[in-house]
Design a protein around this ligand. Structure first.
Ligand code: PLP
Length: 386
């Protein structure tokens, strides 16, 4: 099987980091931050070490906070709901994933926020000026999908942050796709923070994600419960990280993420990422020159990840994916990719597109096989006059 659905989740995952995490968990699997005995202290120590690693990994400065969540969706809900407890205007984009669109839509329906969604340009990028034009005196936050899970386009976060900061507004990133694939420098870029998920290019397990936040960004808690601190008080603590973490942490997930971060930073993996980018370019060039294939926003001057979406003319994306799977054992993702407004604007709704997303373990042979398969499917469609 050729796996080209890494934007959904990375597969395969390197085994050693996960095995090491399991060993750590079996040795020090007490409740972190919940006891004064050695085992609990050790577990807490390990968790703090992962928080520090994450802060450094994303370029957060001194005083920046790392709060864990189940995944990016959970982290984004915590962030968006926590920052909109007082009514305000929110700016986001038509490139967003449903894990941003739905929480925002829900708040707008409830009358808690007013919302403007900025369009993307013909190359799949959000222009800083478009964001600047959408800002209002009562804009409380700007939420941006850092790298599109459909086009792979990496948005100019530093430039967009600059126009936001000029107007006293924080830019917050959904870094679900970029984390682990594209170097992120939060403090240097002037970005207020990000949400990440562990199971994509960070190569960690599912069930762990989180927020990395500047001290300027202080969401109110939206879930309340046990934190292991200040237990006499019936009011949930405002201190970090417990402010945004209620209940016992996913310790195995945290440890797994800590180990996988080391792996991601290793020179061997960084070389694999460079190869992955080259293979992405080979796939892009092959698809772009193929008769009967329409490739979306795959060229242009900006930065991009090896994520490509296309359609075979006259065929539904879902049917192409079924043939890729059934006849060629190639796993891709067809449909709307949880980005309904993007596909609406692209003119590909409701059937969406076929997405190829590469991973560090793909080979040149995988890409040639995928190109051969697409050529076959497109040629058949052309010969049938579709
Ligand atoms: C851009 C983007 N945001 C958010 C998510 C949600 O990630 P998770 O399902 O891990 O919460 C995804 C995952 O597909 C994504 O691609």
């Amino acid at each position: 099987m050729i796996y080209l659905d890494n934007a959904a989740t990375a597969f395969p995952k390197p085994g050693d980091p996960l095995r090491r995490a399991l060993e750590q968990y079996l040795e020090a699997g007490a409740s972190p931050g919940r006891g004064g005995y050695d085992l609990a202290v050790e577990a807490e120590y390990e968790v703090q070490a992962v928080r520090r690693k994450l802060r450094r990994f994303f370029g957060g400065g001194e005083g920046w906070r790392v709060c864990f969540a189940y995944n990016a969706t959970d982290a984004l809900n915590t962030l968006i709901q926590g920052l909109t407890q007082n009514p305000c205007h929110v700016v986001s984009t038509r490139l967003e994933h449903n894990s941003v669109l739905r929480p925002l839509h829900h708040l707008a329906e409830q009358g808690r926020i007013s919302l403007d969604l900025v369009p993307f340009n013909a190359q799949g990028y959000v222009e800083p000026q478009a964001v600047a034009d959408a800002l209002k005196p009562d804009t409380g936050l700007v939420m941006l999908n850092h790298a599109s899970n459909v086009f792979g386009t990496v948005q100019p976060a530093a430039e967009i942050a600059a126009v936001c900061r000029e107007r006293g507004v924080e830019l917050l990133l959904d870094a679900s796709q970029s984390a682990g694939l594209y170097p992120i420098e939060l403090e240097k870029w002037g970005v207020g923070g990000l949400a990440f998920t562990g199971h994509k290019a960070l190569l960690g397990p599912t069930g762990i994600g989180g927020l990395v936040l500047s001290p300027r960004v202080n969401p109110l808690p939206t879930r309340y419960g046990g934190t292991g601190v200040d237990s006499i008080n019936l009011v949930h603590t405002m201190d970090y990280p417990h402010r945004l973490e209620a209940g016992t942490l996913n310790l195995l997930g945290v440890l797994g993420l800590g180990q996988s971060l080391d792996y991601v930073l290793s020179p061997g993996h960084q070389q694999a990422l460079a190869r992955e980018r080259e293979l992405g370019e080979r796939l892009r060039d092959g698809l772009a020159s193929m008769e009967g294939v329409e490739l979306y926003c795959a060229h242009g001057p900006g930065e991009r990840l090896p994520v490509l979406s296309c359609n075979v003319k006259g065929m539904r994306a879902g049917d192409v994916a079924v043939i890729l799977d059934g006849d060629f054992e190639i796993a891709v993702r067809a449909g709307l990719h949880c980005a309904p407004l993007l596909h609406q604007d692209l003119g590909t709704s409701p059937h969406g597109a076929v997405r190829f997303s590469l991973g560090a373990f793909n080979t040149a042979e995988d890409i040639e096989t995928a190109l051969h398969a697409m050529e076959h499917i497109a040629a058949t469609a052309v010969s049938q006059g579709r």
